[in-house]
Design a binder for this molecule. Structure first.
Ligand code: FMN
Length: 169
């Protein structure tokens, strides 16, 4: 396992992998879960390095994020995780232990309570500092129609990036 990276060193790798999927992992007290995310942003807010992720109301992860203090985003840097990303992106942690079912190692975070995916590649550990609900009235009508016909809106979660490192074998 290598040392700390600066928050934006691997931003290009993150942004290129995101549409193919990364793991968002969360702990809420005794409960842990991971789900696939495809949307996100890395940037600078409140003089802090920040990673923002978007989670719909219907996700089990949304329930955990009500109680969680932090989250991790584990970004695969090779194709090994293709199948598990499809699994964690279609099955719900309400119904199963996705770590077990998809053979993912829930590794202890360095600086947060939430787990990270073992031997995944690139890891961002984030402290939850802001949540933002969407006001549908403010969204471009074509996007509202395309993505929210069921009114299952995203909540945006802003995490201060407290640790970035590579955890591949
Ligand atoms: C490639 C890919 C990207 C996804 N991106 C997101 C996302 O950014 N936000 C979201 O809420 N759901 C996203 N999903 C869907 C969730 O991963 C999926 O609904 C998952 O089963 C939720 O798990 P949970 O109920 O255990 O939280 C994505 C799915 C895939 C396959």
């Amino acid at each position: 396992m290598s040392g700390q990276l600066s928050y934006n060193t691997m931003a290009q790798e993150l942004l290129e992998q995101l549409p193919r999927g990364a793991f968002l992992s969360v702990r809420a007290k005794e409960r842990i879960n991971t789900m696939t995310i495809g949307w996100g942003a890395i940037g600078y807010f409140w003089n802090l390095p920040v990673l923002m992720v978007a989670v719909r109301y219907s996700r089990y992860t949304f329930d955990l994020l009500k109680e969680a203090r932090d989250f991790s985003v584990s970004v695969p840097l090779n194709a090994d995780f293709k199948k598990s990303l499809a699994g964690t992106g279609s099955k719900s942690g309400r119904d199963m232990d996705k770590f077990k079912v998809f053979s993912l190692k829930a590794e202890k975070g360095k600086s947060i309570e939430s787990p990270v995916i073992g031997n995944c590649g690139l890891v961002y550990e984030c402290r939850l500092i802001f949540k933002q609900t969407m006001d549908p009235e403010l969204l471009a009508p074509e996007l509202r129609q395309k993505f929210y016909a069921q009114e299952d809106y995203h909540v945006m979660y802003y995490g201060e990036i407290v640790s970035v490192y590579l955890n591949s074998k």
